[in-house]
Design a protein around this ligand. Structure first.
Ligand code: MRU
Length: 366
């Protein structure tokens, strides 16, 4: 998608320098920084410290880490170590393990001198496939928005609430939850997006609001607690979020706070959809609350917030008393029964084993 008039992806291989580059998302929206990741430690830091984040992008970044490491040391030991080190960076988003499994399965079969080029080719393929999957999510999700638009008077907008950043910055391009929105805008449907700020790290305020503004999409930033009120007053037609891991039974794990939005949506009869590429489905799991590991992140994310001071400096300030004890679970699970449907690259299905089996029969066992 575009920043200014230039098209960017969130990660790319720069042919000229032969380096992997990313947008360092820690500084958005105030500063735009492109960073080169040229050794394994940099990749580990980039994922763990969230220079890049979002389930599909975490997977794509991990894939490129193999290319960089295989150039340095293509041995079997280095391959296994890279797998283990990257897997430990972030526990919840399953796209990470999906990408690592794919890379290791291919590279193990090859001789050491074939590994660097093969790793690069597969990482690039993973990125291309992610872009295409997300584009298709947009094509399928567009139907939902179009249907709501037909119930509106001429000029009336379709109001969509989203949580966290499930936009192009969380994927390689298009985004998951935002892809239907971008497709609707391309068809001149007036979409208005309510953007949850998404404490503690404020991915909604920092990233989704930035993205939508760059694509000229009508939006308003709201505090996380405003969603229920807006729903009660008829201000939301549809909720679309992303997910970091969805079970084979349709339970959806996403950024902390998603569950509360789903509860409020159900209470107000508002459709709650989750957009995801199939790489986010953990087919082996059937109970999200019991089985999905929830990342507990640094207490500093809760006690301090980043922002721009009036003098333009980007700074962090503390918002609670010194030494306040903190809990910081980064994700929660929305049970399948609260999810109206899953928007995938193969179409929209019910959030259930049966629903998923209709679209992805090859993954579902009896
Ligand atoms: O902690 P983050 O910023 O990596 O969490 C991101 C989310 O929760 C997104 O909603 C999710 O990854 C879906 S992104 C397409």
């Amino acid at each position: 998608m575009k920043i200014g008039n230039q098209h960017y992806r969130s990660i790319w291989f720069d042919e000229q320098s032969q380096h992997v580059k990313i947008i360092d998302q820690r500084w958005l929206p105030h500063q735009f920084k492109i960073v080169t990741l040229n050794n394994r430690d940099a990749f580990i830091a980039a994922i763990g410290d969230m220079w890049v984040r979002g389930a599909p992008l975490i997977g794509a970044t991990a894939a490129y880490a193999f290319y960089v490491q295989m150039k340095k040391d293509p041995s079997h030991q280095s391959l296994d170590q890279t797998y283990d080190l990257l897997l430990a960076t972030r526990p919840t988003a399953v796209n990470l393990r999906w990408a690592l499994d794919k890379m290791r399965a291919l590279l193990t079969r090859l001789s050491e001198n074939q590994r660097p080029q093969a790793a690069l080719a597969l990482a690039q393929e993973i990125c291309e496939q992610d872009v295409e999957r997300n584009r298709l999510i947009g094509v399928h999700g567009l139907g939902l928005i179009k249907k709501i638009a037909t119930t509106k008077s001429p000029g009336e907008r379709v109001n969509i609430l989203t949580h966290c950043n499930a936009g192009w910055l969380a994927t390689v391009d298009w985004g998951t939850a935002t892809s239907p929105i971008y497709h609707a805008a391309q068809e001149n449907i007036h979409v208005h997006i309510y953007v949850d700020e998404t404490r503690p790290r404020n991915q909604g305020a920092h990233l989704t609001a930035f993205e939508l503004a760059q694509q000229n999409i009508d939006h308003q930033l709201i505090v996380d607690n405003a969603g229920g009120h807006l729903m009660q007053h008829g201000d939301i037609d549809l909720v679309i979020t992303g997910t970091d891991r969805t079970t084979g039974s349709g339970d959806v794990c996403n950024k902390i706070g998603t569950y509360l939005k789903a509860l409020a949506a159900r209470d107000n009869d508002i459709p709650f959809y989750v957009a995801l590429p199939s790489t986010t489905i953990d087919w082996a799991l059937s109970n999200g609350i019991a089985q999905i590991p929830i990342e507990e992140r640094d207490s500093l994310e809760v006690t301090k917030i980043w922002g721009k001071l009036d003098n333009g400096t980007v700074a962090q300030v503390q918002i609670c008393p010194d030494n306040t004890p903190v809990a910081n679970p980064a994700f929660d699970v929305t049970p399948a029964r609260l999810v109206t449907g899953l928007i995938t690259e193969r179409g929209i299905c019910e959030a259930s084993k049966l629903g998923l089996a209709k679209l992805f029969p090859e993954f579902v066992t009896n």
